[in-house]
Design a protein. Structure first.
Lengths: 112, 114
């Protein structure tokens, strides 16, 4: 299994609070991604990174920000959590162009 | 605007028969396609991929077919086994302004009946 760790694995938070999810990899892969999975929507790309300090928006980036200060860590921040951000969040990594991406175990976030 | 579409939310197949999962895409810049399998409470796991320069790739019981003119790909599982019951996602990759990203479909839930 690819060395990807997501933390926390489960979190319940209140509307309006900031939340940070962490993705840590031990594979030294260049590319990292954050997805959310929702019923009827599949996996939707939130943000991705193509190197340290190099990030870009995905399909559903509103309300989210990311940072990558080290190769191994990619942080996803919900600046002010809303109930619509209740979801399962997956981090993924890939080594180079046209290869598969490997996924973490996911973080289940509930915003109440 | 959904760039990768899986129009069948679910599929049931008898054990031993063929499972065919379909996927359509709209972006002609996609040049690499993947299938993932996902069990409940786990992350998606990579199954098989195909480059746009090929029209078929085979790995054991799994074969992916790509029809570029129709912007369509399919995953064939033969023979289907109960352990294949999972949600299957197709994904496409394209270079975009010097970087690249994977876009996923909405998934098809496969149930293999014993």
């Amino acid at each position: 299994d690819a060395g990807i760790t997501q933390s926390p694995r489960h979190k319940v938070t209140e509307t309006g609070t900031p939340v940070t999810l962490r993705c840590h990899q031990t594979e030294n892969h260049r590319y990292m991604y954050w997805y959310r999975q929702d019923p009827g929507h599949g996996l939707r790309l939130i943000h991705y990174s193509y190197g340290v300090k190099d990030t870009d928006k995905g399909e559903v980036s509103d309300g989210y920000s990311v940072s990558r200060s080290k190769t191994e860590d990619f942080l996803l921040t919900l600046e002010s959590a809303t109930s619509s951000q209740t979801s399962v969040y997956f981090c993924a990594i890939s080594f180079r162009l046209n290869t598969e991406a490997f996924f973490g175990q996911g973080t289940r976030l509930t915003v109440v | 605007d959904q760039q990768v579409k899986q129009n069948s939310p679910s599929l049931s197949v008898q054990e031993g028969r063929i499972s065919i999962l379909n996927c359509d895409y709209t972006n002609s810049m996609f040049d690499y396609f993947l299938w993932y399998k996902k069990y409940p409470a786990e992350g998606p796991t990579f199954l098989i991929s195909i480059s746009s320069i090929k029209d078929k790739n085979e790995d054991g019981r799994f074969t992916v077919f790509l029809n570029k003119s129709a912007k369509h790909l399919s995953l064939h599982i033969v023979p289907s086994q109960p352990g294949d019951s999972a949600v299957y996602f197709c994904a496409a990759s394209a270079r975009d302004s010097g970087t690249y990203k994977y876009i996923f479909g909405t998934g098809t839930r496969l149930k293999v009946l014993a």
